[in-house]
Design a protein around this ligand. Structure first.
Ligand code: HEC
Length: 170
């Protein structure tokens, strides 16, 4: 019997899974892509549980995030993170009002590092009206508030974000 070489997709998947971030990623996508051009029977691809995400579900942490949000962010971003009215149109000062953080704006286009940066530093230096929170909120406060607003995102939005965030960290 001749030795079998690993299917390239299997190899890619194996190295992907051995990396530090095995569970964040919708593995189904990778398998589906491989299934198409590999041309091998489906039995050749390993069976792996799909789409295990690391969304925060810890109720105490989310409750803390909600408190922090209400006390510091709701004024501009809306009680339910729905954003200011007309958030997509610049105000009289030419600056954009606070966008939604509930997954209906562009919050989910930014990787975790950018979300944290925006909250810590604000956008004053970039010509925007988002205040800086460093010195007022700790890193763990910021993580809690992000966890809270991410808990409001529809599942599909969160999945897309997790995929993009994953790529941004490589
Ligand atoms: C004084 C009003 C105000 C407060 C209070 C405020 N923000 Fe903002 N925030 C803004 C504005 C305005 C923007 C848009 C900034 C820009 O376009 O430069 C923004 C943008 C953001 C963004 C980027 C979103 C995106 O879609 O790009 C995040 C994340 C964010 N804010 C989180 C928070 C959090 C968390 C808090 C509370 C700790 C908070 N903000 C408090 C006004 C505010």
């Amino acid at each position: 019997m001749s030795p079998q070489t690993a299917h390239p997709c299997t190899a890619a998947l194996a190295s992907f899974l051995s990396a530090k971030h095995a569970v964040l990623f919708p593995v189904a996508l990778l398998l589906a892509a491989c299934g198409e051009n590999g041309g091998k029977p489906a039995g050749n691809t390993p069976t792996i549980a799909t789409t295990v995400t690391a969304r925060v579900t810890d109720a105490a942490l989310l409750a803390r995030g909600a408190q922090i949000y209400k006390a510091n962010c709701a004024l501009c971003h809306g009680a339910n993170a729905e954003g200011a009215p007309n958030w997509h149109k610049p105000g009289p000062d030419g600056k954009y009002p606070a966008p939604p953080l509930n997954g209906t704006g562009h919050d989910w286009h930014h990787p975790m590092s950018a979300l944290k940066w925006t909250i810590r530093e604000g956008t004053g230096k970039l010509g925007g009206n988002m205040p800086a929170w460093k010195g007022k909120l700790s890193d763990s406060d910021i993580e809690a508030v992000i966890a809270w607003f991410q808990s409001r995102w529809p599942e599909e939005i969160y999945q897309n974000w997790a995929l993009m965030d994953e790529k941004a960290r490589r």
